[in-house]
Ligand binder design. Structure first.
Ligand SMILES: O=C(O)CCC(=O)C(=O)O
Length: 274
């Protein structure tokens, strides 16, 4: 079973509508190549800065959500709509990724579970918790190809989360993310390869293009890693997209050859969600 995926490394502008139009342009082109699924970056319609999140936030079912659902339906694809700030009924703001099926129906929603609060001395500081609230749910969704896990950016650093998605059947893990010029070069590729090797899954990372005029500079380098831990395709820092074919039989093959998941000593240790 092969999935043809478009990973869209778009530039993020201050103008929300412009971002939605940019996403649409890329989707229109990618669809001509016969894709099954398209993935947009973290905060693809809102420049990644904490004060922006409450300003750009919408309720689930709001304008940006509806436009994304319509794109999925119009193009007949699965759409992982990157992430956008979501406001709930108590005015809590979440970093949320919605997934729509080929009919434009919402089939998953992941609220970033680990907030990106870091302070690397003299280099990168960020505190999502200034304006965001963390989500509490592990997200795995069904497709005709099999199960796919979903998490957002900093979530990838917590290996337990990927493992729990894999225990729920995920063969692919999709990560809209926006690493920066400090942690990106140091950790981005390594993390995607690590999670792939730990779990024998395809790992897909989709980042915004680098914009040196933005206050938070995305590292870019959207990536696809095989269940063998190899980088199968990668973009540089510039705007663009790539199409990757994921042969899910490769997951079974690698798991047969190195039966790591079966060889765990569950009699001595376990991992469970609470
Ligand atoms: O983990 C990192 O280094 C970057 C994370 C990040 O940028 C995010 O969670 O949005």
């Amino acid at each position: 079973m092969k999935i043809k995926a478009a990973i869209i490394q778009m530039r993020v502008d201050e103008d929300k509508q412009k971002n939605i139009d940019t996403a649409n342009e890329y989707l229109k082109n990618a669809v001509k190549e016969g894709i099954d699924i398209a993935i947009l970056p973290e905060m693809f319609c809102c420049p990644y800065e904490t004060p922006n999140f409450p300003i750009y936030a919408e309720r689930e079912g709001g304008e940006s959500y509806r436009v994304m659902a319509n794109f999925a339906k119009e193009y007949g694809i699965y759409l992982v709509a990157g992430s956008m700030p979501e406001k709930d009924e108590n005015n809590h703001i979440f970093n949320t990724s919605y997934v729509f099926n080929r009919k434009g129906e919402k089939i998953a929603k992941h609220r970033k579970m680990h907030l990106f609060d870091i302070d690397v001395a003299g280099r990168q500081r960020f505190k999502e918790s200034d304006t965001l609230t963390a989500g509490n749910e592990i997200t795995v969704f069904d497709t005709e190809f099999g199960k796919i896990g979903l998490c957002i950016c900093y979530d990838i650093r917590f290996p337990e989360l990927s493992r729990l998605m894999v225990d729920q059947g995920a063969k692919v893990i999709i990560v809209p993310g926006a690493f920066n010029m400090t942690t990106g070069p140091a950790h981005w590729n390594v993390l995607f390869r690590n999670r792939s090797l730990d779990n024998q899954v395809f790992m897909i990372g989709c980042a915004p293009a680098r914009d040196l005029s933005a206050s938070y500079t995305s590292y870019g380098h959207s990536i696809a890693v095989s269940p063998w831990g190899e980088i199968v395709q990668q973009l540089d820092e510039k705007e663009g997209y790539m199409i990757v074919e994921l042969n899910l039989q490769q997951v079974e093959k690698v798991r047969r050859e190195l039966p790591l998941l079966k060889q765990r000593r569950n009699d001595l240790y376990t991992l469970k969600s609470l």
